[in-house]
Design a protein around this ligand. Structure first.
Ligand code: SF4
Ligand code: MG
Length: 272
């Protein structure tokens, strides 16, 4: 047994010491097999590589939750901060060194509950950071409580009679708060995530990526892979992301269309 353990440890060490990981760090992800976060990271890693961003000029900032582990698994500078404070810390990093490309990462609990008060302000300030909101509609790390994006009636061990609250729609909130770049994406489509992230990273302002994903361990009823695959579809071909009214109509009428919902460049104050 000891010998097998030693062989495995040596194997892991040799993988870590090799350069086989690219932008992935040598820390092996601790997410459950089948978790949607793998697909999101695949898209994020591909974006960083295709944009040719030097690893030392990229910072990933996360809050608490399963998504909060992200900085460990990507070979950039990273900060695993406190619950809900992803956006203020990411703002501080960007202000301290505007040359850095900053990816703020958090889940629906982190970003829509305890951290929900930060989104309007980072949006209206148009801070040039990228915010990936991993939305699986459940608190995964703490074993499956309903989150602010869970549908009404969600039954879990923490809500045995079903929730009464209506869910928040992160894309709608982002549009309402005046975010200048809003994308809605699907963890099962890493190529689509990569394309949107590349465009949002080039966007000179705040970019939010609301990503539908699946918690395979604690959600057997709502955002399962089977359901998401049935529900998610691209935005209509004639969708015009420069038209805010159309963006609102689209999001209100169709909860599961994905792509770049809205994009507008605001002039910088004092710059003509
Ligand atoms: Fe992913 Fe859910 Fe496992 Fe967390 S608990 S790693 S969200 S599958
Ligand atoms: Mg969650």
């Amino acid at each position: 047994m000891k010998t097998a353990g030693r062989v495995l440890a040596a194997k892991i060490r040799s993988i870590k010491e090799s350069k086989a990981f690219g932008i992935r760090s040598s820390e092996l992800p601790t997410w459950c097999p089948g978790c949607g976060y793998f697909g999101i990271h695949q898209g994020l890693n591909a974006c960083i590589q295709e944009l040719g961003l030097p690893h030392h000029q990229v910072v990933t900032v996360s809050g608490i939750g399963c998504a909060g582990r992200s900085p460990f698994f990507i070979d950039t500078y990273g900060l695993h901060t406190v619950h809900g404070r992803t956006l203020p810390v990411a703002t501080g990093v960007k202000l301290a060194n505007p040359k850095l490309t900053v990816f703020a990462i958090g889940g629906d609990g982190d970003g829509l509950a305890i951290g929900g008060g930060h989104l309007p302000h980072v949006a209206r300030r148009d801070v040039n950071i990228n915010y990936l909101l991993f939305d699986n509609s459940i608190y995964g790390l703490t074993k499956g409580q309903p989150s602010p994006s869970s549908p009404t009636g969600t039954k879990t061990k923490a809500s045995p009679y079903g929730t009464h609250d209506r869910p928040l729609n992160a894309t709608l909130l982002a549009l309402t708060y005046g975010a200048s770049f809003v994308a809605r994406l699907f963890a099962g489509d890493p190529a689509g995530i990569k394309r949107a992230l590349m465009e949002g990273t080039r966007h000179p302002g705040f970019a939010i990526f609301h990503i539908y994903t699946s918690c395979v361990t604690f959600d057997k009823f709502f955002k399962t892979w089977a359901n998401l695959k049935k529900w998610v579809h691209p935005l209509p071909e004639d969708h015009d992301p420069s038209d805010l009214r159309q963006a609102f109509d689209q999001v209100l009428e169709d909860e599961f269309s994905t792509g770049i919902v809205y994009s507008r460049k605001y002039p910088l104050p004092g710059v003509s």
